[in-house]
Design a protein around this ligand. Structure first.
Ligand code: IMP
Ligand code: MG
Length: 184
């Protein structure tokens, strides 16, 4: 990055708005299940904050598992090819699975993750994404069952999402602006 530029985060979705939407999402998910145990699968690292906050709002019995998909590409664009760098610990065969994603951009990551998980033949499989950027989609068969917020084509960070591995701990979602370091 140009050293004369400094990073400024512009708030976009507040912690309060996220919390309220997560309550609604939890009720939506509960309405689709009747007494079954769910397996919530978290995609590391971006979905981890969303995953934990949403899990605490769900009232049914839950199992949790984690996987990490490394995508080759630069800081803001994935190449579209993923590698599973950390797979699930437990089998999901016959389980009711909800995959928790941070954001769906081109859809390439999710399409490959879904194919990977469906090979284990879960009893049911749903996708829950905190953010969706439908205008960026290049894979047309990826439709999330639950979406927190539909957003326009902007690079976002915070609440688990990173910019060069930083900003994941922000309690809200923002966009990045680069301003001249000399300006205050
Ligand atoms: P896709 O394969 O193009 O759908 O990209 C999905 C992945 O790219 C997400 O899981 C994020 O890790 C990352 N990503 C896409 N858009 C953003 C963004 O605006 N901010 C941070 N990460 C993003
Ligand atoms: Mg990600």
């Amino acid at each position: 990055m140009n050293p004369s530029l400094k990073e400024v985060v512009l708030p976009m979705i507040s912690a309060e708005e996220i919390d309220a939407r997560l309550c609604e999402l939890a009720r939506e998910i509960e309405a689709g299940f009747t007494g079954e145990t769910l397996t919530l699968v978290c995609t590391l690292k971006g979905a981890v904050v969303f995953f934990v906050d949403l899990a605490k709002k769900l009232s049914m019995p839950l199992k949790m598992d984690f996987l990490e998909a490394a995508s080759y590409g630069d800081a803001q664009n994935s190449s579209g090819i993923i590698k599973i760098s950390k797979d699930l610990t437990n089998t999901i065969t016959g389980e009711h699975v909800v995959l928790i994603e941070d954001i769906i951009d081109t859809g390439a990551t999710l399409s490959q993750l879904r194919a990977h998980l469906l090979r284990q033949k879960p009893a049911s499989f749903k996708i829950c994404a905190l953010l969706d950027k439908p205008s960026r989609r290049i894979v047309d068969d990826v439709t999330p069952d639950y979406v927190g917020f539909t957003i326009e084509d902007k690079f976002v960070l915070g609440y688990g999402l990173d910019y060069m591995q930083r900003y994941r701990n922000l309690p809200y979602i923002g966009t990045m602006q680069f301003v001249e370091a000399s300006s205050s």
